[in-house]
Design a protein around this ligand. Structure first.
Ligand code: PLP
Length: 366
């Protein structure tokens, strides 16, 4: 077993990238967010995700801010979410001057738990956000029903989850507004970028207006969150490869999971009817105390196997100084965070890499 360094992210490179960028720059359409190329990209997104309306924006964070605004969230309103996502999910809540209210997860998956959410509802609750961590599905169908019954907009942060399905349908079908990132680390990359999928035309109009200064009519507030023309051209071109790249992730995950045989390591539960896109493989660790799980993650890191847990801390959001004022301990979420790690299975990971990762894991003396 020779040590190696498994790359922690996929390097996006596609045969027609250069021609696409050159054609965009050479065209007479201009490169602003108002260029027809952005509209063509949005139409391609609608087809790929079988969505009614797609709105391209400049980042995943912009997508979440836009969704919150379009959902009617404003100053002093409350937005319920689990404390498990990265800071990128919750800072847009603060940017919209709303109050993040932390609800616990269920013990075994990353969605907010409806029982915990129900306890946190107040007349000021104006949205619920769920984040599909590493592309693993959560029971968003149940949460969507709950949200509808309480007339609260339900927003999904699908920055990791391009291609994730539930009951055979796109996970984005189970919410009012679906937010995606196309940052360079994500399954579809435009460098920086994102988009919002929405079915309701009135909500979509509000979302689109928000991304262009409220259409500059001075009646409604807005920001400039438009995606530029070069990024849109690249996105439309790269969308052609996305389904195959997700398939490769799934194949890599299947090979890796079939080879892992360690009594204290298993795949995180996949809910019935759900299919992850395998943005990463999620492992549940059972070595005892959090420090013992952490020792296993450090062992993998030392062997050149990277983990998102070491990359961004993966502590409950309310432990961050910027969010301490909203602290509300969530024991299930804390247990999840301290017993989870990720393994890379992106398309740059080779069969040899996969066999190596399984060997290293199986050799751990836990
Ligand atoms: C990347 C990410 C975001 C933010 O996307 P940007 O395009 O970087 O702004 C939001 N939520 C999650 C879960 C992410 O992984």
């Amino acid at each position: 077993m020779t040590a190696r360094a498994i790359p922690d992210k996929y390097t996006h490179r596609y045969p027609d990238d250069l021609d696409t960028v050159i054609a965009a720059v050479a065209s007479d359409e201009g490169l602003s967010g108002a260029s027809p190329e952005v509209r063509r990209y949005e139409l391609a997104l609608q087809v790929f995700f079988k969505a009614k309306i797609a709105i391209a924006v400049s980042s995943g964070a912009a997508a979440i801010s836009t969704a919150l605004f379009a959902a009617g969230v404003g100053a002093g309103d409350e937005v319920i979410l689990a404390p498990t996502p990265p800071l990128c999910t919750v800072f847009p809540v603060l940017a919209e001057r709303a109050i993040p209210v932390f609800a616990d997860t269920a013990p075994d998956h990353w969605g907010a738990d409806p029982v915990s959410v129900a306890k946190m509802l107040t007349p000021k609750t104006k949205a619920i956000i769920d984040t599909l961590m590493w592309g693993y599905p959560a029971p968003v169908d149940e949460m969507y029903d709950f949200a509808k019954a309480n007339r609260i907009p339900y927003i999904l942060d699908l920055a990791h989850a391009h291609g994730t399905t539930l009951h055979g349908e796109s996970i984005a079908d189970f919410c009012d507004l679906a937010c995606y990132s196309t940052h360079d680390r994500k399954p579809l990359s435009t460098g920086e970028g994102g988009f919002v999928l929405v079915a309701d035309e009135t909500v979509a109009d509000a979302a689109r207006a928000y991304t262009r200064f409220g259409n500059l009519d001075g009646e409604t507030f807005g920001q400039n969150y438009k995606l530029n023309g070069v990024a849109a051209a690249l996105g439309r071109s790269r969308l052609k490869y996305l389904a195959a790249k997700i398939e490769t992730r799934r194949e890599n995950a299947a090979r890796l999971l079939a080879a892992i045989r360690h009594p204290n390591v298993r795949e995180s539960d996949v809910i019935p009817g759900g299919q992850p896109n395998y943005y990463a493989v999620l492992l549940r660790l059972d070595f005892g105390l959090p420090a013992q799980n952490r020792a296993f993650i450090d062992y993998l890191s030392a062997a050149g196997i990277p983990s998102d847990i070491t990359r961004y801390g993966c502590r409950p959001l309310y432990e961050s100084p910027t969010l301490a004022a909203f602290c509300r301990p969530c024991p299930n979420a804390e247990a999840l965070l301290s017993s989870t790690t990720t393994l890379p299975v992106h398309p740059d990971v080779t069969a040899d890499d996969i066999d190596y990762m399984a060997e290293v894991i199986n050799a751990y003396p836990g």
